[in-house]
Design a protein around this ligand. Structure first.
Ligand code: ADP
Ligand code: MG
Length: 900
């Protein structure tokens, strides 16, 4: 009979799955900026972004308002590796005139209690950070600021709604400060769910959900920042206080609510509000049972139809009674006793029926709670893109803890609703109070960490003034390199290339090109057509140059190169052809003509012996002779910057600068012959290969070099050389990041202070990882995955820090590069004597092309530092291959003209 009577309260799994779906939709609504105002589940950001990591320490105070009892706590957290903490608490009454009185009195009362607590514990002389657990919906804008949205449960204090509760507590404490010698500051405002999660998180790092099922009911969980519209920023996670008690306030649960739920609501302090809470929490369950029993009695189904005055009185049946009646092990004796106390005269059937009513009501509570919790767990799992998830739910509250069957039922239903989550339920011990202390402790730790990280990265932040200085210094060095007297000792070598003109479109023929000096060595066949069917066709093959050859002898290196050429000719079936060849050789070469280049010094990853000071064209010719298999006509030796400029110049005659931002960093540009003192003649122009990578080798930018730059330099093949290149190019950026990560780890700020084997490996952190990590489209979880692949086991916070480090390093690189380029365009503008300069820069290099921000920052910097120049950036397609062929073609044309 009871079953039939309460048919509506028994919820099948299908119904629960439906509730779960409704709750999921409501969460999404609460998170969205536009939909939040009409959402019932408010999804309030808590500004708690991190869980405890075990390194918290110190002494904290906390007050806890909003549960069944008002309490003050003293918490000591020890950083002893054992995660130990000490908690001492004192309970204070919460009289009705205070919790249903006016705001000022309430906060005075809290301050009084706190003062009493400090006196009892002899803490009055100490300055302790205070955490404030306040378990009502608050709209927070900071960790220590929260405007009360509405009172819930049995609280109803006048004049507090819509005001900042931390401010009110501070004001009350201030009043006491005058009369007593105390000095307290409220550091964190914490909801009890958050406190519970944090307390459990201190013991179990998997904990990312907090649930309260007590006087009220509510839950919080860690949400991805990028899903939280109401808070700036996309990085990491933040704890969201769902305030799920208000679920259904828009009628979404009306089909499940019974006449008893409606009656209960009408008699409550806040009719129409917290409808979900009213079906679940212990403040209401007893009353629900009472209303049901009363109706059943009135209909003659119980107690011979006779209701006692007690049964007619609101609040006479409480949660503790329901719990006691459901102790099946004790048979019906509890039930009988309780009913008798209510002046009812129960028969055995009455007792069985009443017990059953209690079970149905409390079971429904557990079911509904499970459905909402299942929705949260599913959301967490989907956020993490996992098929199966392991997680821990920190949980607290009187109903959950004291009811004999509640916890078991809840666990069972949750596991049934989300079979793909392995959930551990961790009971929190005084979570709400200790949790506030934990939040305060974590906030303390994070603030200290933040300061250290900012200090480490501060030298990477370059002011506009500093960048302007860099530009000016670069300008000075450019001039030194061009002047006869200073040229020999200049760090920016300003090498003449003997490339004096750009292509005019009449070039044609078949050419071979070699590209040596980057990550790959390539041999190319380039076919250039002129006239109306102007086009360039290329065939190329990439060959690996093993490290032992890159760093072996010069003869071995060039023999290897010739071997590769032979393979290529064979592969293309052109072994017999004696083609003109352009040799892109991207190292500083002193040229006396277009087909002569003496290597000044190796850079980047090369270090073959017996090459420096030698003519690389001669070395190549000799290696061809040694092989004695084919002959080639080496027409030009070309720097990759020049090739890039020429390639773009083929399309855009305004292109007079070539920039490489790849493995290395370098620039060339067309200079007036009259400015090039070391080359005879004053007519026309010649392309200068600046070799600006050596900028700073005289110490002129040491003021902006960090200790990390110095470490990278010392660990390189060419210590002391190419200082600017080492701050700006692909070969080194990852290495700088690695040095910073090592330092931060040593300071205990990353990777739990553990320097892993892989972090010790030079070169492990490639520049391509910077691009991946800094990509805006990448979720933090993916950053973690990248780090994991590198053998770096990171937490969510670690990933944020790593991303920040990458950003600082790549931004500085782009800005420095931009400052250098600004010096060049400004020089060209002044040389040309124009108010405004229109110029195109041909660019190549994977760092420039693939890094998500490098090119933009570089361009912005140029604009800022050279405002009178309109610079167009043109991506070069395979500058070093195509460019070498074009230069060869031009040289060949000029040569032929000369011969004629
Ligand atoms: P080159 O060696 O001729 O300069 P590239 O221009 O292709 O050749 O540059 C290769 C360099 O670019 C690599 O050494 C590496 O440092 C860097 N790099 C590779 N992939 C990326 C990427 N995805 N983002 C940024 N830099 C990259
Ligand atoms: Mg290249």
């Amino acid at each position: 009979q009871v079953d039939r009577y309460l048919y509506h309260m028994r919820l099948s799994d299908d119904v629960l799955l439906d509730v779960m779906a409704r709750f999921q939709a409501e969460m999404v609504k609460g998170l969205g900026k536009d939909t939040n105002p009409t959402a019932t589940v408010k999804m309030l950001p808590s500004f708690v972004r991190s869980l405890p990591d075990g390194t918290e320490k110190g002494e904290f105070l906390a007050v806890d308002l909003g549960g069944s009892q008002f309490r003050a706590h003293q918490v000591k957290v020890f950083d002893d590796g054992k995660q130990s903490s000490q908690l001492e608490s004192k309970f204070y009454p919460s009289p009705k005139e205070v919790i249903q009185g006016n705001g000022a009195e309430l906060f005075d009362y809290i301050a009084d209690c706190l003062l009493d607590f400090m006196e009892t514990k002899n803490l009055k002389h100490k300055k302790l950070p205070l955490g404030f657990t306040f378990s009502f919906p608050c709209k927070q804008t900071k960790l220590d600021k929260g405007v009360l949205l509405s009172w819930t449960k049995h609280f109803k204090v006048r004049g507090a709604q819509d005001t900042d509760v931390v401010g009110s507590l501070r004001k009350a404490l201030q009043k006491h400060k005058a009369s007593f010698d105390i000095d307290l500051d409220v550091l964190a405002l914490v909801n009890d769910t958050v406190g519970t999660m944090m307390t459990c998180g201190y013991d179990d790092p998997h904990c990312e959900v907090g649930v309260i099922i007590g006087t009220g009911t509510n839950a919080c969980y860690m949400e991805e920042m990028r899903h939280i519209d109401l808070v700036e920023g996309d990085e990491g996670r933040m704890c969201i206080n769902t305030e799920w008690g208000a679920f259904g306030d828009d009628g979404a649960l009306d089909d499940l609510r019974t006449e008893f739920d409606r009656e209960l609501d009408l008699g409550s302090l806040n009719p129409g509000k917290q409808l979900f809470e009213k079906m679940i929490s212990d403040l209401y369950l007893g009353e629900l049972v009472r209303l049901i029993l009363l109706k059943m009695t009135k209909e003659g189904l119980l107690f011979n139809g006779k209701a006692s005055t007690a049964l007619l009185t609101k609040g006479k049946i409480q949660m503790k009674h329901v719990s006691a009646m459901e102790k099946y092990k004790e048979g019906l004796s509890n039930t009988k006793e309780i009913l008798t106390e209510l002046n009812l005269f129960p028969s055995e059937e009455d007792c069985i029926a009443v017990q059953h009513v209690c079970t149905i009501v409390s079971f429904r509570s557990a079911n509904l709670c499970a459905a909402a919790l299942a929705a949260i767990l599913t959301r967490l799992r989907e956020n993490k893109k996992l098929l199966r998830m392991r997680t821990t739910v920190g949980i607290d509250g009187g109903l959950y803890k004291t009811h004999p069957q509640y916890a078991k039922r809840l666990h069972k239903v949750v596991r049934r609703l989300v079979p793909n989550c392995d959930v551990r339920f961790l009971l929190s011990l005084s979570g709400s109070g200790k949790g506030a202390a934990m939040v305060t402790a974590v906030a303390y730790r994070l603030a200290a960490q933040r300061n250290k990280i900012s200090a480490a990265l501060a030298p990477f932040l370059l002011s506009l003034e500093t960048l302007r200085e860099v530009k000016n210094k670069m300008r000075t060095e450019l001039e030194y390199g061009l002047k006869r007297e200073t040229q020999a000792s200049a760090t920016v070598k300003m090498l003449p290339t003997y490339v004096c003109g750009t292509p005019d479109g009449t070039e044609k023929g078949k050419f071979l090109a070699l590209d040596l000096g980057g990550t790959n060595f390539r041999v190319l066949l380039v076919k250039i057509r002129s006239g109306r069917r102007r086009s360039v066709q290329m065939y190329n093959k990439i060959f690996a140059i093993p490290l032992e050859i890159m760093q072996g002898t010069g003869e071995e290196l060039f023999d290897h190169i010739v071997q590769c050429i032979a393979d290529f000719l064979e592969y293309m079936g052109i072994k017999g052809a004696r083609l003109p060849l352009g040799f892109t050789f991207s190292f500083p070469c002193r040229q006396a003509s277009i087909d002569k280049g003496t290597l000044v010094g190796w850079t980047k990853g090369f270090k073959a012996t017996d090459c420096e000071g030698e003519d690389v064209v001669d070395m190549l010719r000799e290696a061809i002779r040694r092989r004695n298999e084919f002959d080639l006509d080496i027409v030009a030796v070309v720097n990759d910057t020049v090739g890039t400029m020429m390639t773009c110049g083929y399309e855009d005659p305004n292109c007079e600068i070539g920039l490489i931002a790849g493995t290395g960093s370098n620039v060339c540009y067309m200079e007036d012959m009259k400015n090039i003192e070391i080359v005879e003649g004053n007519e026309g122009k010649m392309c200068i290969n600046t070799e600006w990578g050596g900028f700073g080798d005289n110490g002129c930018i040491d003021n902006i070099r960090t200790k990390y730059d110095k470490e990278v330099d010392e660990g390189s093949l060419n210590p002391g050389k190419q200082r600017y290149e080492k701050m700006t190019s692909g070969m080194y950026l990852g290495e700088i990041v690695r040095q910073i990560l090592i330092d931060l780890t040593k300071q205990g700020l990353l990777f739990r202070g553990q320097i892993s084997e892989s972090l010790r490996k030079r070169g492990i952190f490639e520049t391509k990882f910077l691009s991946q990590i800094e990509s805006d489209r990448l979720a933090l979880l993916q950053v973690r995955r990248i780090l994991q692949q590198l053998g770096l086991d990171s937490t969510c916070e670690d990933s944020i820090i790593v991303k920040e480090v990458c950003g600082a390093v790549s931004k500085r690189a782009a800005q420095l590069c931009g400052a250098g380029l600004a010096a060049i365009v400004e020089k060209k503008r002044e040389d040309r004597g124009v108010e405004r300069l229109q110029i195109t820069v041909g660019v190549d290099g994977t760092l420039y092309k693939l890094h998500p921000h490098f090119s933009r920052v570089l361009q912005e910097t140029v604009k800022e530092l050279a405002p009178q120049c309109d610079v167009t950036f043109m991506l070069s397609e395979d500058g070093s291959g195509k460019g070498a062929a074009l230069i060869t073609a031009v040289a060949k044309r000029l040569h032929n003209v000369g011969q004629k």
